[in-house]
Design a protein around this ligand. Structure first.
Ligand code: SF4
Ligand code: SF4
Length: 140
């Protein structure tokens, strides 16, 4: 059997469909982040972007996300390696670092028998959190 595309192609060589399929839908990149003004350090909160469907961990308006949420960041070949707030399990980060996908990744575990981590178990939508309370929601 030939090697799968993520082992033979760089991120830059992947087509749109291959690129999109790398996302396991964990939802971590859609959590609201706070930046320390002094150090520049980025902290994740347990509060998710208002467009994130917490149950499925998918964007509820993916096609129009940049119009509706100006702060939504488009992952790209050029920026992914530098986004150290992405979870260590994020496929874009792993592939950029020359690593393989974990065995539970949907492209590896096609029967979806292995459990995956996502924000659905703990995240709350920003619709229900006052901006002044965000700092109380910082997570590791
Ligand atoms: S952190 Fe990576 S794998 Fe998780 S939802 Fe975002 S892009 Fe997809
Ligand atoms: S607009 Fe969609 S993709 Fe962007 S952060 Fe919000 S939920 Fe995530």
């Amino acid at each position: 059997m030939p090697n799968p595309f993520w082992k033979t192609k760089t991120l830059a060589e992947m087509d749109q469909s291959e690129w999109e399929s790398l996302c396991d839908g964990c939802g971590f990149c859609c959590l609201i982040k706070l930046e320390d003004d002094d150090t520049g350090e980025i902290f994740n909160t347990s509060v998710a972007c208002r467009l994130l469907d917490i149950e499925t961990c998918r964007c509820s308006d993916y096609a129009n996300r940049f119009d509706k949420v100006p702060g939504c960041l488009k992952l790209s070949v050029d920026n992914v390696a530098g986004l150290d707030w992405l979870p260590a399990t994020c496929a874009y980060r792993l592939i950029a670092a020359g690593e393989d996908l974990p065995e539970w990744h949907p492209l590896q575990d096609t029967s979806h028998s292995l459990s995956r981590v996502s924000v659905s178990g703990f995240a709350q939508s920003e619709q229900y959190v006052h901006p002044d309370q965000l700092h109380e929601c910082i997570i590791d």
